[in-house]
Write a protein that binds this ligand. Sequence first.
Ligand code: UD1
Length: 433
Amino acid sequence: MAERFRIVGGTPLRGEVLIWGAKNSALKLMAAALLAVGRTRLSNVPAILDVTIMAELLRRLGCVVEYDAAAGVVEIDVPDQIGHRADYDLVRALRASTAVLGPLVARCGAADVAVPGGDAIGSRGLDLHAAGLEALGASVRVTHGFLVAEAPRGLDGAEIRLEFPSVGATENVLTAAVLARGTTRLENAAREPEIVDLAAMLVSMGAGIDGAGTSTVEIHGVGALSPTEHAVVPDRIAAGTWAFAAAATRGDVEVVGARSGHLTAALELVEASGAVVRGTERGFRVDSGGRRPRSFDVATLPYPGFPTDLQPFALACNAVAEGSAMITENLFEARFRTVQELNRLGAETRIDGHHVMVHGVERLSGAPVEASDIRAGAALVIAGLVAAGVTTVSGAHHVDRGYAGFAEALQALGADVTREADDDPFGVAFTRS
Ligand code: UD1
């Protein structure tokens, strides 16, 4: 049944919150497990729906997958012979399913992966993924809604330069090249911590990789890889979510299990808002001193720049800040969906191309709004915390895809947030008398 969050605004967040492994790493590590026959064990895996979907995809390929969500452990038993097809129902539900492309071409010499449709954050092509695999010697075509990659005689190392440091394309080149003949040199690679995490797991499986986390990565192909055990890197986007939530609500939150070094650009802006950020033994702490945030400009960029996934939270914080700010989205064209909904809560914003001007107001005013994706949904819940009265955020399932126990974590920080059925057939914008 559809659910929504119900938020009674006004309480600053205070206390501590625990960060699990990164969604955007766990899904890729699960796909990478396909590269070795045998049992790979991942720990610190978040309890989110996306992991369940990726587990189902791996099962359909022939793997035995056990997911203990409470313990945060996924065990993947990969047989000698695996399938090489990812159907549209899975790819549509989970865009990150495309992470199986590289491992399948490397292991099977073939991959048929459904092409995801345009999603709520822009068109997001696969052209760079395809170009990378082609450079390694695969033939790639799109037919009947599938990207079909074939390399019956295996892959050969190559010099590849990505036109743009795409996270997904970097990952697929890495996971394909580890079993290629010879050396691959990948230039203009993405540098995200999730890439470093994937490379670390691949190296623990026996891969030869130098330079992960820099723009130039060298991959020395090997004949076979072995299964491994690996703990997923902490989720920097979840950690950043709480940092902005603390600043926006005039709160004081310790983010336990987070790595502040993965969030330098974001935490600089949290500090620009006037909050004090300090490293602690267990993570970091954001203390607003009970003060209203000051406005700060934001421009999203590939890592180590400010992450696009945190842009909706910076927007929500600026909506109640003192002053005006310009938010510039450089990665995804349609990532301003939060704006219209924030305006329903009384935010003063104006969109101009890939910029949003935000003029901060003292307090938002509660209203029914709708989540369009994971981050937009979570950002709207946080906006509800700084709105007078009651806000409802429909589409709670979007938030569940990226945040395990979001409402519970907020309650533990003192917020008045609950989940309730959202069964109004006309949509939550209607008030029934
Ligand atoms: C990943 C993250 C996502 C994050 C994004 C950028 C996962 C599951 N998702 O997405 O949360 O917002 O990185 O940090 O890890 N592009 C192309 N052609 C391609 C590939 C990408 O045009 O072949 C474009 C996309 O349309 C987009 C930009 O490049 O505008 C960035 O995409 P990319 O870095 O590939 O992001 P994802 O891996 O899809």
